[in-house]
Design a binder for this molecule. Sequence first.
Ligand code: ATP
Ligand code: MG
Length: 233
Amino acid sequence: MLEVENLYCTLGTNEILKGISFTIAGGEIITVIGRSGAGKTTLMRVLCGLENMSHGKICISGKKVCHGDYGLVQQGCCLFEHMTVLKNVSYALQAVKKFSTKRARAMALDMLTQFGLKDKITAYPNSLSGGQKQRVAIARTLVMDPKVLLFDEPTSALDPEMTNDVVSMIKNIASRGIAILIVTHDLSMSRKISDRILFLEGGKIMENRPTEEFFSDPHSEQTKSFLKNIALF
Ligand SMILES: Nc1ncnc2c1ncn2[C@@H]1O[C@H](COP(=O)(O)OP(=O)(O)OP(=O)(O)O)[C@@H](O)[C@H]1O
Ligand SMILES: [Mg+2]
């Protein structure tokens, strides 16, 4: 589904990504982990076109990426505070996809119902809990029908129960055949949710392995020291 080949990115005078290659199949969940400054957010920004690559190739199902292929759920949700929950989800369907108000509202209502938020459609974001906000943000992205979904720290502001909620929601989304890439510092969440782990260091992929193998038998010295430091912490 998503194929990334030999991706380089330079910001200012710094080469941040140095030859990143990986693929994600439809329905697969991958998490990207690594130290602060490794280039995780930069990778996400390049994938969804917010930053230019200096070299490389990104394809979805063999075709060049188009606008709308990606959905990005940003850290902290970034809901439109002055819009109701329903409007938050229906807005881009009207503004970007040019759907009628009636159609957009019906689709938004359907999505919010699936996410257990039917009774919140007239509420404003400031009256929601962190977990509810995160669910609205995911519904808002998913309603646009992306092929690839990117999550930046989806559970960083959530308690363990809400984290589990979001984990099962993301798994459910993957089962629809969407390719999912998650950036996180939460290793226990990444262990629960991912099929594979990408370990990024200094703008390069040090490991790309099935989740359990990664944690039980890390190959590179960098990964071993990363996991050791975290275990001590
Ligand atoms: N606009 C920019 N210009 C120059 N350098 C940048 C720019 N944005 C980020 N960087 C540098 O790129 C490197 C990677 O940053 P990035 O935000 O991708 O790291 P990260 O892995 O997401 O870290 P964290 O875990 O702290 O979020 C850092 O060294 C950072 O200082
Ligand atoms: Mg980051």
